[in-house]
Ligand binder design. Structure first.
Ligand code: ADA
Length: 580
């Protein structure tokens, strides 16, 4: 093991032996904002006029509220000795970014929400300056990942923080990927990610001997071939929503560092028209959740995530869909602990043929899908990988992109079923290779407006339509693929009541979801339901396709309001989810 140098006084991080060192760069950064400016024109030189916290959505802060343009951020850090390499880890940003280290550009990205890495190359001991430019403007251009019409607010900033990961060794173990291989025997495969410090490339040694220990027990020597070894977890306990047991593994490669990972042993699969968790059929009862807070937007804290998870568990739910972008790893950590099954998905919303035929859009979509699946490999809570909510799946372009994405996600070898949520039922073309079908449907709300006149007609139409669409898919795809409702619901205003259930009252929404959820639970084909949506959320502000349906710039379909106050619908959903 190479010796580590102690850091000079005032440096940011302590001496730490044996592993890639993680330095948080969160805190107040120097800041300036140029309204209307483009990130492509930005340079690393700027005069700071303000300070801005990281993490934070800058466009929700008072001076910059709802403004669009390019923000500059600057932060200095100090390291105690020369390192052969490091990388910057950006835990979700909006909406496009460029980074400079000591005036040299080290990377750029258009992948909002994804966890991004940028290699810095060798660094000398002493002070360094990191500059970022973040552009939150929205364009309808087909190579843009965040389109202006998406039904959630496009926001600028660092959502979950920035880290510097310092490598002291030229080739150093950086991460472990733990894949479940057999839940009955606790067999897992551990793959090593050994990083070349200088250029950030992966190093895959033919054979390497490493010390492996599970759950703090004595280490054993294990031979990794091509960076992989298959092992049985001693005394393993299965992970499930009712018993979210987690294990730890530590791997040390003498001379090349060490890494730890937390993981769970479980199997989730699709077969015979059902979802199966650890060999038992499971019905998915859950919600769609935007990772967004009333005041802080996408810069959600761990405590607000945990609060939401407790509210979701409190409904008797076992499932959350991370609509409509890749979740932060913090959220997945908490889902692992809380015992909540997760559908993660890539950023997208009703993407059209122009986007799906644009080579840059296709390449970026594939990259974000790979990044998402790779980041979440060790999380037992993540059971579904999905993409592009409600894209135009009726077209050959949609089918081609869906097939590429299904293959790319399967190639990550996570064992997870792959699919997407569709809002097209007839002439749907893109479910060719998916593992299950999820449909989004709003009978008597977005569709068949005017059929909710009486409680009887609402009940009839909601149940009839939800059932008819499930049967269309069953007929088209056969009995093997499970079918679930990816979204259903309607809107209500918190605190607005009407004894006869006027539309937009809490009573109407409770009645609506009472029918939809009751149908889903009782229907023999439908194997899950994710209510649209967990809580009211920010979206189109003063414009947008359906602005009259978005009072105060919010999507009001939440069964909790934006402050997480419970509406009557939450009570109704809880009653149905917890019924014996
Ligand atoms: C769609 C979409 C959601 C939301 C919802 C609504 O189905 O997937 O993101 O926009 O409708 O509230 O209209």
């Amino acid at each position: 093991m190479a010796k580590r140098g102690l850091l000079i006084a005032g440096a940011l991080f302590p001496f730490m032996a044996g592993a890639v060192e993680c330095v948080s760069l969160d805190g107040l950064w120097d800041f300036s904002f140029a309204e209307g400016a483009a990130v492509s024109e930005a340079t690393s030189a700027f005069a700071a006029s303000d300070k801005m916290p990281v993490p934070c959505c800058f466009d929700l802060m008072p001076r910059y509220y709802m403004k669009r343009g390019t923000a500059h951020y600057r932060r200095e850090f100090e390291i105690g000795r020369d390192v052969p390499g490091a990388y910057l880890k950006v835990k979700g940003m909006g909406i496009r970014a460029r980074f400079w280290l000591d005036g040299r550009e080290i990377g750029a990205s258009k992948l909002a929400f994804s966890e991004l890495e940028f290699a810095t190359g060798p660094l000398k001991a002493g002070r360094h300056e990191l500059v970022a430019a973040l552009d939150n403007r929205l364009f309808a251009a087909s190579n843009e990942m965040f389109q202006p019409y998406y039904d959630y607010l496009g926001s600028g900033g660092f959502y979950h923080g920035v880290e510097l990961r310092l490598q002291y060794l030229e080739t150093e173990l950086d991460r472990l990927y733990v894949r479940n291989r057999d839940y009955k025997t606790g067999k897992v495969e551990i793959a090593l990610r050994i990083r070349h410090a200088v250029d950030g490339s992966d190093v895959v040694p033919d054979v390497v001997e490493a010390q492996v220990s599970f759950d703090g027990e004595a280490a054993k020597t294990v031979r990794f071939e091509k960076g992989r070894a298959t092992l049985n977890v001693p005394g393993f306990k299965l992970w499930s929503p009712s018993a979210p047991n987690l294990h730890r593994v530590r791997v040390e490669i003498p001379g090349n560092g060490s890494a730890e990972a937390r993981f769970g042993v479980r199997e989730f699969k699709c077969a015979k028209g059902k979802f199966w968790l650890n060999g038992e059929a499971v019905f998915l009862k859950g919600v769609n959740r935007h990772d967004s807070d009333a005041a802080d937007g996408y810069a959600t804290s761990r405590q607000s995530m945990w609060r939401d998870l407790m509210l979701i568990k409190g409904l008797g739910a076992n499932f959350v869909r991370t609509s409509h972008y890749t979740p932060s790893e913090d959220f997945l950590d908490l889902c692992d602990e809380a015992g909540v099954l997760v559908w993660e998905e890539t950023l997208g919303w009703q993407n059209n043929v122009d986007q799906m035929s644009n080579p840059e859009y296709i390449a970026l979509s594939l990259e974000q899908a790979r990044l998402m699946a790779r980041k979440s490999i060790n999380h037992p809570s993540v059971v579904i990988d999905a993409f592009l909510n409600e894209f135009n799946s009726r077209t050959k372009e949609g089918r081609a992109l869906a097939n590429l994405l299904v293959d790319a996600l399967h190639a990550e070898d996570t064992g997870r079923p792959v699919s997407y949520a569709t809002c097209r039922y007839d002439r749907e073309l893109a479910n060719e290779r998916t593992d299950f079908i999820a449909y989004n449907l709003y009978p008597s709300w977005h569709q068949e407006i005017g059929t909710a006149t009486t409680p009887e007609s609402l009940s009839h139409n909601v149940r009839e339509r939800l059932g008819a669409v499930a049967r269309i898919f069953r007929e088209r795809h056969g009995p093997e693929k499970p079918i679930m409702i990816g979204e259903t619901g309607c809107y209500s205003m918190y605190g607005c009541h009407d004894p006869a259930g006027a539309q937009w009252s809490e009573e109407f929404q409770a009645e609506y979801l009472g029918n939809a959820v009751d149908f889903a639970i009782k229907d023999e084909i439908v194997q899950g339901v994710a209510v649209w949506q967990f809580c009211d959320s920010r979206t189109w502000f003063r414009g947008g396709a359906d602005i009259r349906m978005r009072p105060l710039g919010q999507n009001k379909a939440g069964i909790f309001d934006i402050y997480r106050r419970e509406k009557l619908a939450a009570k109704k959903v809880r009653e149905l989810f917890t019924a014996p």
